[in-house]
Design a protein around this ligand. Structure first.
Ligand code: IMP
Ligand code: MG
Length: 180
């Protein structure tokens, strides 16, 4: 029997172990260490969801770099509201800098597209996306995702930073909503 967790009114089943996540995060870190060696990147982790990915990724990044945190939310409960907020907390000057956005999941891609637009107005030298997860079947905008740890099917998940109505972010593994 696969491990299950109950979060609020829903049951979720273990689908990605901590070991699997760690392996793919390590791979992405290696790619980043290789590609940004002499580029002095600034990582912008998107709160709240990316906090765990960002922490684990940055422990494996060994090149000169900065990290900062921004907030931008578009999700409530199980469905995207389509409501986009501004990028909050961008206190660093990213003009002429190489920016790497660190995100938990690219679902439709609308959030990332909006974020690229907003950050682009600050005239960075380059912007790259590093995301823990993608749902390729749900992507509805054209996005260049340079670094993706894991691609998943079109299901709702929680854990490793991702939440269901605010809960489940602390789980060290990733769980998928159980279909009834
Ligand atoms: P997008 O704009 O549709 O790409 O939505 C991206 C945001 O929706 C992510 O940053 C997450 O916060 C949230 N999200 C998308 N899919 C899931 C999921 O399966 N579980 C929890 N949050 C999700
Ligand atoms: Mg997010």
């Amino acid at each position: 029997m696969m491990k299950e967790v109950q979060i609020l009114d829903k049951k979720f089943i273990l689908t990605l172990s901590a070991e699997t996540i760690d392996k793919e995060v390590s791979r992405v870190a290696e790619e980043i260490n290789r590609d940004f060696k002499d580029k002095n990147p600034i990582f912008l982790a998107v709160l709240n969801g990316a906090f765990m990915f960002a922490a684990d990724l940055m422990k494996k990044v060994n090149i000169p770099s900065e990290i900062s945190f921004v907030k931008l939310a578009s999700y409530q409960g199980l469905n995207s509201t389509g409501v986009i907020k501004d990028v909050m907390g961008l206190s660093e000057n990213i003009k002429d800098r190489v920016v790497v956005i660190v995100e938990d999941i690219v679902d439709t891609g609308v959030t990332m597209q909006h974020m690229l637009e907003v950050l682009g107005m600050h005239n960075p030298k380059e912007i790259h996306i590093a995301t823990l997860l993608t749902k390729p079947d749900k992507l509805k905008v054209s996005l260049n995702i340079d670094y993706n740890a894991i691609a998943i099917p079109n299901d709702f998940i929680v854990g490793y930073g991702l939440d269901y109505d605010g809960y489940g972010r602390n789980l060290p593994e990733i769980y998928t909503l159980k279909q009834k």
